[in-house]
Ligand binder design. Structure first.
Ligand SMILES: [Zn+2]
Length: 174
């Protein structure tokens, strides 16, 4: 038995809307159709759908490095209008780059008996790569969908894809 999970990372207004607090750039908007396609495909295949959502307190330490963004309860922390969640999807708030840090993700993957994890969202070199690293530390096979991840920095994007493949052992699906 192999059950898949689709992770959708940070498809939120503050990252994807040009007026958002930490807009990830035009490359990030280009992945929206690919992320929607993956959602449709993996819903049909009965995969577990898991949304990770940056969700910060107004005085989060992360704001010493980055402009305040995705403050819990503000419109910036909401999903972009193109992304619809369904009943039965997992919505997992997170406060750090890795989707495992002080979240339920570990338990969810175990409860759902997940044996392969598929990745989409932003940013390739930040939350995507940190989450992939922690998945690989747990020995999950990981598939990163290249057309469904993006970064505000093209060099970091390319480096992260290469590192996730060559060092972390993820499969990069074109
Ligand atoms: Zn954040």
């Amino acid at each position: 038995m192999s059950r898949k999970a689709l992770l959708v990372i940070d498809m939120l207004n503050d990252f994807l809307e040009p007026s958002g607090a930490l807009y990830c750039g035009d490359e990030s908007r280009k992945i929206i159709p690919a992320v929607k396609d993956l959602l449709e495909k993996y819903r049909q295949s009965d995969a577990a759908i898991i949304f990770l959502m940056d969700s910060h307190k107004p005085d989060d330490k992360e704001f010493e490095m980055f402009a305040p963004h995705c403050v819990t309860g503000t419109p910036g922390a909401d999903f972009i209008p193109e992304i619809k969640t369904n009943e039965g999807d997992y919505l997992v708030p997170k406060t750090r780059f890795s989707a495992f840090y002080e979240t339920d993700l570990d338990n969810i993957l175990k409860q759902e008996d997940i044996s392969e994890v598929h990745i989409s969202g932003v940013c390739t070199s930040i939350c995507v790569m940190e989450t992939v690293a922690d998945l690989r530390n747990r020995d999950y096979p990981v598939v990163v969908h290249e057309k469904a991840v993006a970064d505000f920095d093209p060099e970091s994007h390319a480096f992260a894809l290469k590192r996730m493949q060559n060092i972390l052992g993820a499969r990069i699906k074109p």
